[in-house]
Design a binder for this molecule. Structure first.
Ligand SMILES: [Zn+2]
Ligand SMILES: [Zn+2]
Length: 303
């Protein structure tokens, strides 16, 4: 069970069921895939109100997806980071949710669970955050920059004092405050173009729309497979079937939809898998022949 549990409502989705239901919060997990060791580091879990996350969806639209919702009709979403290890090198993708006030000005969140666990999640793997050299971000929304922000911990250099930050082109612009969202600002930020390789077998894929510089990270597993950590290009497995559903925070609705359609098409190819950080307990998976999200199975580990 998670520590530091801060529950604001009895409906908060739980992560202690022993099923793979698509409606519970993800706990920590580690999987070896080819040459990679992937570890999900949970930080926060959120119960979302589906019609507010997806303003264009109707109650009728959700009926066939009822199994993705909690008993009270909420979507469970994890917020955390993915640790990618290969041959002793470590890369962190996104930096969790960090501080959470529990208040929600947008009213699309219902409750929080297992809040602020990322430091404990790292410690449980024996990883010292001060030794991490690189954190790459899908984008700079607060639920992805948490422990890299200047106010994350007492040390203004953040939980990762010596890391360089990597973000996609277009995500930070001087003069609009975007650079200050990360500790150290522009001095620590490296921006990269579509297709750039940031470490062995890790490439940027620009998927703009949710934010101007939203970037997925394509991980080459070394055994012929690819895993795409696609950030907020999609927020729930249901969106694989509804790429036209805008998300409440999408910066440019048309570009976001275009990027989502490209992503779904890519995930449907042989050997391509996705990591959706907000995909409840079905974070790893692929798009099957029917155009639906198919969660990762243990057989795929052993391949
Ligand atoms: Zn976002
Ligand atoms: Zn997000």
């Amino acid at each position: 069970m998670a520590t530091n549990k801060q529950t604001t409502d009895t409906d908060t989705p739980r992560h202690d069921r022993d099923d793979d239901s698509g409606r519970r919060l993800p706990g920590p997990w580690t999987r070896t895939v080819g040459e990679l060791t992937l570890s999900y580091l949970p930080d926060a879990g959120v119960a979302m109100i589906p019609a507010r996350v997806y303003p264009s969806s109707t109650e009728e639209d959700w009926r066939p997806h009822r199994h993705h919702l909690t008993d009270a009709g909420h979507l469970a979403m994890g917020c955390g980071a993915l640790l990618v290890e290969r041959d002793g090198t470590r890369l962190l993708l996104d930096a969790g949710h960090g501080r959470i006030s529990g208040e929600d000005p947008e009213h699309f969140q219902h409750a929080f669970d297992h809040v602020k666990n990322l430091p404990a999640s790292l410690a449980s793997l024996g990883v010292d955050p001060s030794g991490l050299e690189t954190v790459a971000f899908t984008h700079l929304h607060d639920d992805h920059t948490g422990w890299a922000r200047p106010d994350a911990v007492e040390d203004p250099r953040s939980l990762f004092p010596d890391a360089r930050w990597i973000v996609g082109d277009g995500e930070v612009r001087s003069g609009d405050g975007s650079g200050e969202r990360l500790a150290g600002g522009f001095e620590r930020i490296t921006t990269v173009a579509d297709g750039a390789e940031i470490s062995e077998g890790v490439r940027a894929w620009a998927l703009p729309g949710h934010t101007p510089g939203h970037t997925a990270w394509i991980l080459d597993t070394g055994d012929g497979r690819r895993i795409v950590a696609f950030g907020d290009a999609m927020h729930s497995p249901v969106q694989v079937e509804h790429p036209d559903w805008e998300v409440v925070l999408d910066h440019d609705r048309d570009r976001a939809e275009h990027s989502r359609r490209r992503l779904v098409e890519y995930l449907a190819r042989d050997g391509v898998f996705g990591f959706g950080v907000h995909f409840a307990d079905q974070q790893l998976g692929t798009v099957d022949g029917t155009g639906r999200w198919r969660p990762w199975t243990d057989e795929q580990d052993a391949r």
